[in-house]
Design a protein around this ligand. Structure first.
Ligand SMILES: Nc1ncnc2c1ncn2[C@@H]1O[C@H](COP(=O)(O)OP(=O)(O)O)[C@@H](O)[C@H]1O
Ligand SMILES: O=C(COP(=O)(O)O)[C@H](O)[C@H](O)COP(=O)(O)O
Length: 301
């Protein structure tokens, strides 16, 4: 029997940026039964107490077993199952390893998903998830205090200790990304609101998501702001989505991108629309009622 090809997707971003939430929502849209998710946190080589004793952050590659991760990615690419380590964020220690098999999509998300060139070449698509620090810090404090056994003061101190490693090890991976997704606070007249705006950036010349959005904008279909900007020495086409996407706009976009089917009856936030765009890139057929059906409104779940 012919083995179905596995598409490997790499996602990188800082802690608290919203990677797991994004991957969870993306998997819902693609169909969970088609997706294997590998979280790189499971490849830490030191547990929480050991990192503290050594004085090293989890962002330092030396606190991770990236050799094993690379070996596992290669095995999954070949269609083989792996015995994956498990890191338990509730306790900051390791659990029992578990067997994982590749499905149609294997999504690897974490701090170092494409740190090494060899890893970068393995993926079919690479996304850098770049969330504005005001959102990222707020989200990390809330999550780590609620679910990972930290006090607020401990998280704040931890964030301070990580800044150098974020710059040295996490952010440089942006230069290898096919798509940079930025979530930003939406300010109106200098006042911040609860809303989030989304920037999508891809290399000029790439004929992909952003390129299609620019075409839709030039045809008067999509309200957005388009500009060029330099990211890590590469000129990027950037599209900024600020407004809610109304049903008629979504219908026109779905039509133009060949998603088929009738459009949603509700407005979508820029974040939800971005998820549809990314899922649509992998041949996901858009369907009316998707959001309720698949629970994708609940970003915090
Ligand atoms: N799009 C979003 N809108 C609002 N809150 C979000 C969003 N994405 C993530 N969050 C919040 O941020 C917290 C951290 O997100 P998570 O996905 O765990 O980040 P990461 O995996 O990058 O560390 C989550 O617990 C969630 O409450
Ligand atoms: O920076 C991260 C990455 O995870 P995420 O991107 O999910 O935040 C975590 O702090 C480490 O995995 C250690 O975990 P803990 O702090 O629980 O020991």
């Amino acid at each position: 029997m012919m083995r179905r090809k596995t598409t490997l997707i790499g996602i990188v971003g800082d802690s608290g940026a919203g990677k797991s939430t994004f991957v969870n929502n993306l998997a819902q849209l693609l169909g969970k039964e088609r997706v294997t998710v590998i979280g790189l946190d499971d490849y830490h080589s030191l547990d929480r107490a050991e990192r503290k004793a050594v004085g090293i952050t989890p962002l330092n590659p030396r606190a991770n077993n990236l050799g094993l991760f690379m070996e596992h990615v290669e095995r999954l690419r070949r269609g083989e199952k792996i015995l994956k380590p498990v890191y338990d964020h509730d306790t900051g220690t390791f659990g029992e390893p578990e067997w994982v098999k590749p499905r149609e999509f294997v999504i690897c998300e974490g701090l170092h998903s494409f740190l090494f060139e060899k890893l970068g070449e393995t993926y079919g698509y690479k996304i850098y998830y770049d969330t504005h620090r005001d959102l990222k810090i707020r989200w990390k404090i809330q999550r780590d205090a609620a679910h990972r056994g930290y006090t607020v003061e401990q998280v704040v101190q931890e964030i301070r200790q990580r800044q150098r490693d974020i710059r040295n090890f996490v952010e440089p991976q942006m230069r290898h990304a096919d798509l940079v997704v930025s979530l930003l606070p939406h300010t109106v007249n200098g006042q911040s609101t609860e809303a989030i705006k989304v920037r999508l950036a891809e290399r000029t010349g790439a004929n992909d998501i952003v390129h299609r959005l620019i075409t839709l904008h030039s045809r008067g279909i999509l309200p957005c702001r388009c500009f060029k900007e330099w990211y890590w020495g590469r000129e990027m086409n950037v599209v900024e989505l600020t407004e809610e996407i109304t049903p008629p706009v979504l219908e026109a976009v779905a039509d133009a991108l060949g998603w088929g089917e009738k459009a949603e009856e509700k407005e979508l936030t820029p974040y939800q629309f971005m998820l549809l765009l990314v899922a649509g890139r992998f041949g996901n057929k858009y369907k009316s009622g998707y959001w309720e059906e698949r629970g994708c409104y609940a970003v915090n779940s």
